[in-house]
Design a protein around this ligand. Structure first.
Ligand code: ZN
Length: 316
């Protein structure tokens, strides 16, 4: 099969490998990782039906960490917008910790998610006032046009079938000068290189799916496959700073800020060391906890979590 053109910049992409039956390609120019053939809406719906909301725990410590994180988000927002008390929405915001934190600072806060059980938890356990059921691709139908000044879109873009259409729809809800904050895995990061078990796992999956690939090539591909990058049917896209900013510019957005933050970053990944705490580890895992903490420091500006703030200037 021939190599495809990159769906973002239309330059040539290279075929890389099969991953759980999906052929993954990478753009030579902007670095976007994408699928030769995306799954259908119904395949994805079936996949997400099986996902449980394992984060559905009402925890004071968790709330405290996300309060801290959201306070920093607001500080960063105010560096780019003079608006005080912005109308805020967290689209695809899951169980609502960020919306709950936002309510402590702002008077107009909306949580949008497709999962009823997540929304029920947000409303009943975290007292989030405005919860709206809609999927990320169609949030513009749930939020009033031009009604949002600060829209958070955390770790959703890599899951959607049509990211350009999705961003265009989000823009319909943004006010003129409204700010969109996107967070998504950064496949240009080498942060995974300090996690050899990830490379071993990558190698096993690649080896079973790509029988004709040489060991050297398997090792190379396993070593360059980033942490939490493209991983179908979950993550359908692997973005880099270049490809995400190019996508946003195609949607008539102005780029305000680009950050690459590591796993365990206190602002952008505040719960990492809760899910991977020292007390949950044994043997080498305990030692490895400190290696990861060193990694969080070493990759503090080149990590696997890409954060882009962009501004909507259009009135249409
Ligand atoms: Zn490209």
């Amino acid at each position: 099969m021939p190599n495809s053109a990159c769906p973002l910049c239309t330059n040539m992409a290279v075929k890389m490998y099969l991953w759980r039956g999906y052929r993954i390609q990478k753009c030579r120019t902007c670095g976007l990782e994408f699928l030769e053939e995306r799954p259908s809406e119904s395949q994805l719906a079936a996949f997400y039906q099986d996902i449980s909301q394992k984060k559905m725990v009402n925890s004071e410590i968790r709330a405290k960490k996300i309060d801290y994180s959201f306070g920093k988000y607001l500080e960063n927002y105010s560096r780019h917008s003079s608006k005080t008390n912005p109308r805020f929405a967290d689209v695809g915001g899951g169980v609502g910790y960020y919306a709950a934190a936002a309510q402590k600072h702002l008077s107009s806060v909306f949580l949008v998610d497709y999962a009823d059980d997540a929304l029920n938890f947000a409303r009943d356990e975290l007292q989030v006032k405005n919860v709206i059921r809609a999927d990320a691709q169609n949030s513009h139908r749930a939020l009033a046009p031009h009604s949002i000044d600060y829209l958070l879109f955390r770790h959703i873009l890599e899951h959607v079938i049509d990211p350009i259409g999705c961003i265009q729809n989000l823009c319909k809800s943004l006010s003129t000068g409204g700010v969109l904050q996107i967070e998504t895995p950064n496949v240009a990061s080498y942060e995974h290189l300090i996690r050899p078990h990830i490379i071993v796992e990558n190698f096993k999956i690649l080896k079973s799916d790509n029988k004709a690939m040489s060991t050297l090539d398997l090792l190379y591909q396993a070593g360059r496959k980033s942490l939490s990058g493209i991983n179908p049917p979950k993550h359908l896209w692997g973005f880099t700073p270049d490809s995400l900013t190019s996508l946003l510019r195609q949607c008539d957005m102005k780029i305000l800020d680009v950050l690459c933050k590591p796993f365990g970053d206190p602002v952008f990944d505040p719960l990492y060391y809760d899910f991977h705490s020292l007390s949950n580890r044994n043997g080498l895992g305990k030692l490895y906890y400190y290696v990861e903490q060193l990694g969080t420091f070493a990759f503090k500006n080149s990590g696997s979590n890409l954060v882009v703030l962009a501004q909507h200037n259009q009135s249409s």
